[in-house]
Design a protein around this ligand. Structure first.
Ligand code: 5GP
Ligand code: ZN
Length: 136
């Protein structure tokens, strides 16, 4: 399914031109237009799924294969010092475009980007409680 109102549907299916670094039957990988670093790319499925839990398992697997392919290409062409994969689901998690995508962010020494979180310090009981909720 495609959503005519969705900008990433239109980009992924070539209706809106984009700087495409890789494309296959089910995915297009484009350069982000407000990149964190040089090469910051977005892996977009051509079908519309808003978030990871909605993505069929087969496409989820393929998305990671596509990310790995582009990561290898970047290793050769851009020689980054590292790479972050980021995938936001829901506004609370920072998702601004509600079409599933994986960010590929090559990292360069001294790039001064901040990608991370503030580590918590929960008690063992709290961690056990979280585990019980997940497995219960
Ligand atoms: P999110 O915050 O949803 O995980 O990430 C959305 C990303 O899409 C942002 O990094 C933003 O810069 C990028 N983006 C939004 N609109 C466009 C667009 O029209 N073209 C491109 N190339 N990137 C876009
Ligand atoms: Zn879409």
């Amino acid at each position: 399914m495609k959503d005519a109102q969705c900008i990433f549907c239109r980009i992924a299916n070539g209706e809106i031109p984009s700087r495409t670094v890789y494309e296959n039957e089910h995915f297009r990988v484009i350069l982000d237009n407000s990149p964190a670093t040089d090469g910051h790319a977005l892996v977009l499925p051509k079908e519309h799924y808003a978030t990871l839990p909605e993505l069929p398992a087969e496409l989820a697997g393929e998305a990671m294969q596509v990310a790995a392919k582009v990561a290898a290409m970047y290793q050769e062409k851009l020689s980054p010092d590292g790479l972050n994969l980021i995938q936001n689901n829901g506004e609370t998690a920072g998702q601004t475009v509600h079409h599933f995508h994986i960010h590929l962010i090559p990292r360069y020494k001294g790039d001064r980007q901040l990608i991370g979180w503030k580590p918590g310090a929960p008690s063992a009981e709290h961690l056990d409680g979280v585990l019980a909720r997940i497995l219960g």
